[in-house]
Design a protein around this ligand. Structure first.
Ligand SMILES: Cc1cc2nc3c(=O)[nH]c(=O)nc-3n(C[C@H](O)[C@H](O)[C@H](O)COP(=O)(O)OP(=O)(O)OC[C@H]3O[C@@H](n4cnc5c(N)ncnc54)[C@H](O)[C@@H]3O)c2cc1C
Length: 354
């Protein structure tokens, strides 16, 4: 179903990544009228592949979303705290393999599932947001959308929540500098390798390609010039493990994305709630962003259905839980980065003291 020039909906979900799609699916399961708002054009051109742990299967089953057609991921091999690779296989979780998710394809399939479940889709180049008499009006490039409730599923930018006066509290300035190379052979695991000024990860793409990503702080990336293909290729040659997975290291086109940890405060207000990365975003080291986004969308969807968010005390409680979750995550992150003691460079010192 597609939204027309003037559409009235019960819930407007702004952003159609995993969190937005999961929210829409839960709302549709409860028979609610939902409109998913997505930007005109490609969903997100920057993304190629992301690893998903096996537990993602369970959530997709619950949502009635497709679980077939993704490449298996056997686990993670990481050189962290020492030079050798240590393997963590999903086998021990007893839930089957994880996946290397082609994110564009995954997002499309989630959007299709939401559409099949009866969610309306609005694609627009621009979206305003006004609140009057307890209702939302969203003037957009093709007309007007009105809604009783709004969900911010816009990812790390938290565009809608910030527009309502919420603040993004940013814990670091991590960025991801990525390039795609020809692969040297079979790769069943995601590979993580700590280096002096950050860490790398590599994940297999179809057609014998490999995505390699350097994670470091924005100022360090600027100083070293790693956003330049030649400098990134040089840094890749200096790695022990990740570089070996590449057939021939040559300068390749580079993309740069924010990968910082952050929390939105408050993450909920009168008539709106933020989900997924818009509410709280974690370091990609956890490889659990998609899982967390699905879970967050499902929780928010159920809270909207139950009507509990009409109560200011319940909203405060939800916001407190989100901040507590972020505080717990920051402690876990500090512990994990603290396991790597080989370098006393700014990248590692910042994280040990955070
Ligand atoms: C470098 C990097 C590597 C990562 N690797 C992994 C990994 O291996 N495994 C993993 O599980 N997670 C990984 N993550 C995290 C994962 O990408 C996110 O946690 C996850 O995508 C969050 O889902 P979301 O739906 O909240 O947000 P997003 O996936 O960001 O979706 C937000 C959507 O909202 C749309 N949008 C934005 N603004 C508007 C607007 N104004 N109007 C309408 N639509 C809008 C965007 O186009 C997008 O489609 C990684 C993140 C980074 C940065």
């Amino acid at each position: 179903m597609t939204a027309t020039s003037a559409t009235d909906t019960e819930v407007a979900v702004i952003g159609a990544g995993p969190a937005g799609a999961a929210t829409a699916l839960v709302l549709r399961q409860a028979g609610r009228d939902v409109t998913l708002v997505a930007p005109d054009g490609e969903l997100d051109g920057h993304r190629t592949v992301e690893s998903a742990p096996p537990a993602v299967h369970l959530l997709l089953d619950e949502l009635g979303a497709p679980t077939a057609g993704y490449a298996d991921c056997l686990g993670t091999a990481s050189a962290w705290g020492g030079p050798e690779l240590a393997y963590r296989d999903y086998l021990v979780d007893g839930l089957g393999n994880g996946w290397q998710l082609d994110r564009a394809r995954f997002d499309r399939s989630m959007l299709d599932a939401a559409g099949l479940a009866g969610a309306r889709l609005l694609r627009t180049r621009s979206l305003g947001a006004l609140r009057a008499d307890g209702r939302w009006s969203f003037p957009h490039s093709g007309g007007l959308l009105t809604a009783s409730f709004a969900v911010d599923a816009t990812g790390r930018k938290s565009t809608f929540g910030v527009g309502q006066g919420a603040r993004r509290q940013v814990a670091d300035h991590l960025v991801a500098v990525a390039a795609v190379h020809p692969r040297s052979g079979y790769l069943g695991h995601s590979v993580v390798e700590a280096v002096a000024h950050g860490w790398w990860y590599a994940a297999a793409l179809p057609d014998m390609r490999l995505q390699v990503v350097l994670l470091s702080d924005g100022d360090l990336v600027r100083r070293a010039g790693w956003a330049e293909p030649t400098a990134l290729a040089r840094a890749l040659r200096d790695t022990h493990h990740v570089g070996r997975l590449v057939d021939t290291i040559e300068p390749r086109p580079v993309t740069v994305r924010a990968a910082n940890s952050q929390v939105l405060t408050p993450c909920v207000g009168d008539g709106w709630i933020a989900v997924g990365d818009a509410a709280m975003a974690a370091d990609p080291l956890s490889s659990a962003g998609v899982l967390a986004a699905l879970r967050s969308g499902m929780t928010a969807g159920r809270a909207i259905v139950s009507g509990e968010l009409a109560d200011a005390a319940a909203r405060q409680d939800h916001d407190r839980c989100n901040r507590q979750r972020f505080a717990t995550y920051l402690r876990q992150r500090q512990y994990y980065y603290g396991l790597e003691q080989r370098w006393d460079t700014s990248f590692w010192l910042r994280r040990r003291s955070a």
